[in-house]
Write a protein that binds this ligand. Structure first.
Ligand code: GDP
Length: 297
């Protein structure tokens, strides 16, 4: 198996926070992600030419960046966590101000607590006539989520994804939370990343969206990803543009895989193609053994 060296403190540099959006169905996760996507400098000027690759990065006016996982719903988050991939730094809990706390809201709260991932509560749909943000804050108390307004330390913000209000404040709160966490990674090493999503593309073959955790992934790099291996043929960013490299917290589509890996699989850059194939073959034989052992006689 592959062993990776730890980074020394001196090599660490600040990296963008990775943010996931969770909440009950129809409370506005998709709308909020779309609104946030348009809130950066690039989003405003690019005329909405965006690709859905499972994650995107927004560059703010002060040049700072935030990475959003845009697979709404809890599957991505829970599935990846179940597989040991903790890619999410911060969760935005979306609660519709008219609907209030619903079963999937509570489920999301429990996931965050179990994962010890800090939450920011976005009370959405405050433009609606029957919106009652205060009621949301009170109900959150019952689940031991004590927001700032209730003298707690969980940040909350009233937003309308529809009217695009409160977004700047939400972004400020994400940045504040990220600062507190002092998120860092070494960009100058062989890359390690995590599969956000993967598919077999008709024209391009196996494609995986990789979120780089540390190091810098480059065209030509040889890698192992789950039980697959490969050599980076091309890297494509969330605007559909080819890039030569991707550093920490950047999501990119990777072309040049031997097969389709699973969401949550780790990617590691290795020295040689022989080594990459060996590790991938070893892993796929272990996977195969597990499956045969589990299969009923
Ligand atoms: P998701 O299932 O959590 O991803 O929710 P969606 O983003 O698909 O939103 C569900 C519905 O709520 C859609 O009809 C949206 O147009 C609507 N919606 C989302 N945000 C707002 C908002 O801030 N105000 C109002 N009035 N409607 C919203």
């Amino acid at each position: 198996e592959l062993e990776t060296a730890e980074d020394s403190e001196a090599d660490l540099q600040p990296r963008a926070p990775v943010v996931a959006v969770m909440g009950h169905v129809d409370h506005g996760k998709t709308s909020l992600l779309d609104a946030l996507r348009g809130s950066g400098v690039a989003g405003g000027e690019a005329g909405g030419i965006t690709q859905h690759i499972g994650a995107y990065q927004v560059t703010m006016k002060d040049k700072s960046k935030i990475t959003f996982l845009d697979t709404p719903g809890h599957e991505a988050f829970t599935e990846m966590r179940a597989r040991g991939a903790d890619v999410t730094d911060i969760v935005i809990l979306v609660v519709a101000a008219d609907d209030g706390l619903m079963p999937q809201t509570i489920e999301a709260i429990n996931h965050c607590k179990a994962a010890e991932v800090p939450m920011i509560v976005a009370i959405n749909k405050v433009d609606k006539e029957d919106a009652n943000p205060q009621r949301v804050r009170e109900r959150l108390l019952e689940h031991e989520v004590i927001v700032e307004e209730m003298s707690g330390d969980v940040q909350d913000v009233e937003v309308s994804a529809l009217k695009k209000t409160g977004l700047d404040e939400l972004i400020e709160k994400i940045q504040l939370q990220a600062e507190l966490m002092e998120l860092k990674a070494n960009p100058d090493r062989a890359a390690e990343g995590t599969v956000i999503e993967a598919k077999l593309d008709k024209g391009r073959g196996p494609v995986a969206t990789i979120l780089v955790n540390r190091g810098t992934l480059k065209v030509g790099d040889v890698f192992v990803v789950g039980a697959e291996s490969g050599k980076v043929r091309a890297l494509i960013d969330d605007h559909g543009k080819q890039v030569k490299k991707a550093g920490p917290s950047m999501p990119v589509e990777v072309l040049g895989l031997s097969g389709v890996p699973m969401a949550g699989d780790p990617l590691q850059v290795v020295d040689s193609e022989t080594r990459a194939r060996e590790v991938a073959e070893y892993r796929s034989s272990v996977l195969h053994q597990k499956r045969t052992a589990q299969a009923p006689a």
